[in-house]
Design a protein around this ligand. Structure first.
Ligand SMILES: CN(C)C(=N)NCCC[C@H](N)C(=O)O
Length: 247
C-alpha cells in the first residue's frame, strides 16, 4: 500500500476500476441467474419453497459449478483488461520525454489487445479462469448454504445478519481455494505481452513454483480475503433480498 501510494498516489488504488464496475452487474447476473435456474431444474423446487425443502449439497455444488463455468465467458475479457491495467505502473509525475503508458485506458487496452493479439487474445487466460471458477463457485454456494442452514432453524429464512456472515465466509472460502489458479491466470494474462513466456497452465505452474517456491500459489490471499468478506456479504444480501421481493 505504501509503495503504491508513494509511486502512484491515491489514484493508483483505483486503477482499472471502470471495467470491473461495468462488468460486475452483468457477470453476477449471469452467475446467479444460471445458478438459480440450474438448481430449479435439478430440484424442481422454487426459491420460495427452498427453505422448507432444502436442495441437497450435491445439487447446490453442481448448480454453482455450472454458474461458474458459464460466467467465465462474460468475465474473461473484462478480467484481462483489469489485470493488464493494474500491472501497468505509472509514476505520479512522468519525467519529460519518457514514453507514454502502453495502455491509455480500458477501451484503448481492449482495442490494442485485439489488434496486437487477435480476437482470441481477449480470452487469454480463459482456460485458467475456467479451472479457477468452475469448482470454486460450487464451493462458494455450498459454503453459503451450509452456513445459513447451521445458523437458522429448519424451514426458516436466515436473518440479514446471518446472510451477511454466511456470504462473507463463502467469499473467503472460495478465495482460499481459488488463489493458486488466480496467480497462474494472472501470469498467463500478462504473458501475452512477452510472447512465448509460458506454454500453458501446467508450464506456468511448474516454472512459477521452480523459480519462486510453493508460496507463490498463495500470493495475494490475505488481501483477497479481506476484500472478499464485505463484497460477498453484500452480494448475497442483495441476492436474497431481490429474490424475496420479486419471487
Ligand atoms: C475466484 N473466486 C474466488 C470466486 N469466483 N469466488 C466467488 C466470489 C466471487 C466474487 N465476485 C468476488 O470477487 O469475491
Amino acid at each position: 500500500m505504501v509503495k503504491t501510494y508513494r509511486h502512484e498516489s491515491l489514484l493508483g488504488f483505483f486503477k482499472g476500476m471502470s471495467f470491473p464496475i461495468a462488468s460486475i452487474a452483468m457477470v453476477n447476473s449471469v452467475l446467479f441467474g444460471v445458478y438459480s435456474n440450474t438448481l430449479l431444474a435439478l430440484t424442481a423446487t422454487s426459491h420460495r419453497e427452498r427453505r422448507a425443502q432444502p436442495p441437497s449439497y450435491i445439487h447446490v455444488f453442481i448448480a454453482g459449478c455450472i454458474g461458474g463455468f458459464v460466467q467465465v465467458y462474460c468475465l474473461a475479457p473484462f478480467d484481462l483488461i483489469k489485470v493488464r491495467l493494474q500491472n501497468q505502473t505509472e509514476p505520479r509525475a512522468r519525467p519529460p520525454g519518457s514514453p507514454p503508458p502502453r495502455y491509455r485506458g480500458p477501451v484503448h487496452c481492449a482495442v490494442s489487445i485485439f489488434q496486437e493479439e487477435g480476437p482470441r487474445g481477449l480470452f487469454r487466460g480463459a482456460w485458467a479462469l475456467t479451472l479457477r471458477d468452475t469448482p470454486t463457485m460450487g464451493i462458494y454456494f455450498v459454503t453459503y448454504e451450509w452456513l445459513c442452514r447451521q445458523s437458522t432453524r429448519d424451514g426458516q429464512d436466515p436473518s440479514p445478519a446471518r446472510v451477511l456472515v454466511a456470504g462473507g465466509f463463502a467469499g473467503i472460502a472460495s478465495w482460499a481455494v481459488a488463489t493458486p489458479l488466480d496467480v497462474i491466470k494472472s501470469r498467463l494474462q500478462m504473458a501475452g505481452l512477452k510472447r512465448g513466456a509460458y506454454r500453458g497452465v501446467l508450464d506456468c505452474m511448474v516454472s512459477s513454483a521452480r523459480q519462486e517456491g510453493l508460496g507463490v500459489f498463495f500470493r495475494g490471499l490475505t488481501i483477497n480475503s479481506a476484500r472478499a468478506f464485505p463484497v460477498n456479504a453484500v452480494t448475497f444480501l442483495s441476492y436474497e433480498y431481490l429474490l424475496r421481493s420479486w419471487g
